[in-house]
Design a protein around this ligand. Structure first.
Ligand code: OOB
Length: 582
């Protein structure tokens, strides 16, 4: 019989084969320079618990958890997980709203070397079933009910779809009482552990800590493997740039599993520094403003549409935001016009953040002139970040010219999890990640995001991979072809428009297609805002659908230079139906 230790080593070896890593010489250089410290997130929390004891780590609703209590609860859950048969290198899909259990669960997983796979609260059957299946998750963690949505009903559907999934772990009052033996409340999970501490598996900081979801541009979402070493470095360096200390009170208003509020510097940065993380149940002014006043929040992060809502609400209501020192805005382009109003309306400094779950994060600096803070998306956080701005042939451009941003460095992945063919396209031969973003750099290295080369829609910070939605639409019997394109929107920046060619003699309306996508379990933000029926798509010289032409068409419509019609080449009848769509 194989000894458990060999099985564990084999599980890690397999996982590391699935996750491309840095070449040895680069890894050695990052270690020698002290960027990679060899500290796991489990060890980090243990250290902070010893150092800060009862100091408040997490505030969520009525719950206040000190550092020691957080560590202890995570330990109980970790022991329970081991009892359940979840261990090193196992994957666990975590779909948690902004509750304290997000942290107890995630640190429990870090403790035993199991990998959280971060899903977002808005994800539904289509995304979750795929994540569970593709990551071969042993367990799936959910809240019971949140914002009126019953995650247990979703989990029941996921269990039916994914036979390999064994456990659903439920946070909340009504945890395990669903009748299915797969469901277990976190309370009961913690109680599974015996009185003795188990022998904790040995952690290694060079190993993958978790899988983060990519915004994506292809048919199926990609998983991003981040190691303890690389992520810890990005968190530590972010803290230095953003001035996060023991005194910092960070409010997570965005869903905390997203890379921005999680680590830029976000909740993990704040815990690293010994500060306090306040979880807002929703990012609305109704929820967030009183919380800022009550908890004396010093820093928070928003996507641009929410920053607009906050500015509007603050002008009307004059809330007490006197504790707020810094508002970070990122995830999508923040217009210079809006950026210029932050200090006046919210009474705090602005920091623009241009980052990606794959790694690279750019920040404007706290001592930058307003000119830079308002007009740029910042510069790379680390001197070790390598940047190239290139044309379509990968030739480097002159400073100031717009091209695609390529990057590599000590916290930017070298490839996605189990995606060999895709990796060959998404990375250069020498390991630079192709961001798909069109940017220009000024003489000081500050970047301005100027557009996108990837087939993605950025709906106010929520990323939609065009191909993923197109594939769902193609499954409809009346749809002959589908193409998703971004239409400009004053509030969200972009919304999604689905151009549809129907099969001959078949009919479908926008509302029907929308209902069809919902039934397939696609999350709401990916469902097109508009459907436009046409009988042909504009093409590029090589005969592909020209998304650029579709975008330009939508852009022209919005700016009013042409009436809302179907794209060039479409019949008068199709043009009429395009106008008829909502
Ligand atoms: C953040 O991460 P993701 O993975 O959800 O999305 C990354 C993409 C970027 O490639 C870019 O297209 C867009 O989102 N983006 C921005 C932006 N910040 C992100 N585009 C224009 N201006 C910005 N400030 O969105 C993310 C991760 C960490 C920190 C902040 C944001």
């Amino acid at each position: 019989m194989t000894k458990p230790i060999d099985r564990e080593e084999e599980a890690w070896a397999q996982l590391m084969r699935d996750c491309p890593s840095w070449p040895d010489d680069m890894a050695a250089a990052y270690r020698a320079a002290g960027l990679w410290e060899g500290l796991t997130f489990g060890e980090m929390l243990a250290d902070r618990a010893a150092r800060y004891g009862d100091k408040t780590a997490i505030v969520a609703g009525e719950t206040r958890l000190g550092y020691a209590a957080l560590h202890e609860r995570a330990g109980k859950l970790a022991a329970g997980l081991l009892q359940l048969g979840v261990g090193p290198a196992d994957r666990v899909v975590v779909q948690m709203t902004n509750r304290h259990e997000f942290f107890t669960v995630v640190f429990a997983l870090f403790r035993i070397g199991a990998l959280p796979v971060f899903a977002l609260p808005l994800h539904r059957l289509s995304e979750i079933a795929y994540l569970c299946e593709f990551s071969e998750a042993k367990a799936y963690v959910i809240p019971d009910v949140d914002a009126g949505f019953d995650y247990r009903a979703l989990a029941a559907d996921v269990l039916e779809r994914v036979p390999g999934l064994r456990h659903v772990l439920v946070a909340g009052e009504t945890g395990g009482e669903t009748g299915s033996s797969a469901f277990l409340s976190l309370e009961r999970l913690a109680a599974l552990a015996g009185p003795e501490e188990p022998a904790w598996p040995r952690g290694e900081a060079g190993r993958v800590a978790f899988l983060q979801l990519s915004g994506g541009s292809t048919g199926l979402p990609k998983l991003i493997p981040r190691t303890h070493d690389d992520y810890m470095y990005s968190v530590r360096r972010s803290n230095e740039i953003c001035g996060i200390t023991e005194q910092s009170i960070y409010m997570a208003a965005l869903p905390v599993a997203h890379n921005f509020p999680l680590s830029s510097p976000g909740a993990l940065g704040t815990l690293y520094a010994g500060g306090t993380v306040v979880l807002a149940a929703a990012p609305s002014p109704d929820e967030a403003f009183p919380l800022i006043a009550k908890e004396r929040v010093t820093v928070t992060a928003l996507v641009p549409p929410l920053a607009l809502v906050w500015m509007e609400a603050a002008a009307l209501r004059r809330p007490d935001l006197s504790s707020l020192r810094l508002l970070q805005v990122g995830g999508a382009k923040f217009s210079a016009e809006a950026a210029g109003r932050v200090r006046q309306t919210l009474g705090c400094r602005l920091q623009q953040v241009y980052g990606m779950a794959e790694g690279l994060v750019n920040y404007t600096r706290l001592d930058d002139d307003d000119e830079i803070v308002v007009n740029t998306q910042g510069r790379p956080m680390s001197d070790w970040d390598e940047i190239r701005i290139v044309d379509e042939d990968d030739a480097e451009l002159a400073p100031g010219e717009v091209g695609e941003l390529l990057t590599r460095g000590p916290y930017t992945i070298r490839g996605y999890y189990r995606a060999e063919a895709h990796n060959a396209k998404a990375f250069t031969a020498d390991g630079f990640y192709r961001t798909g973003d069109l940017v220009k750099a000024d003489a000081q290295g500050y970047l301005v995001v100027d557009g996108r080369a990837k087939d993605q829609i950025n709906r106010g910070g929520d990323k939609i991979a065009a191909e993923e939605v197109e594939n769902h639409l193609l499954a409809h019997p009346a749809v002959f072809d589908a193409a998703l394109a971004a239409m400009p929107d004053a509030f969200l920046g972009e919304r999604a428009c689905a151009f549809i060619i129907l099969r001959e003699d078949r009919k479908a309306t926008g509302p029907e297609l929308r209902a069809f996508l919902r039934e397939r379990g696609l999350s709401a933000y990916k469902i097109p805002d508009r459907f436009a029926f046409t009988d042909a798509f504009p093409q590029t010289n090589v005969g592909k659908v020209s998304k650029k032409a579709l975008r330009e068409r939508l852009m022209a419509e919005v700016s009013g230079s042409v009436p809302a019609t179907a794209p060039a080449g479409a019949s008068a009848q199709a043009a009429a139906s395009a106008r008829a769509t909502q």
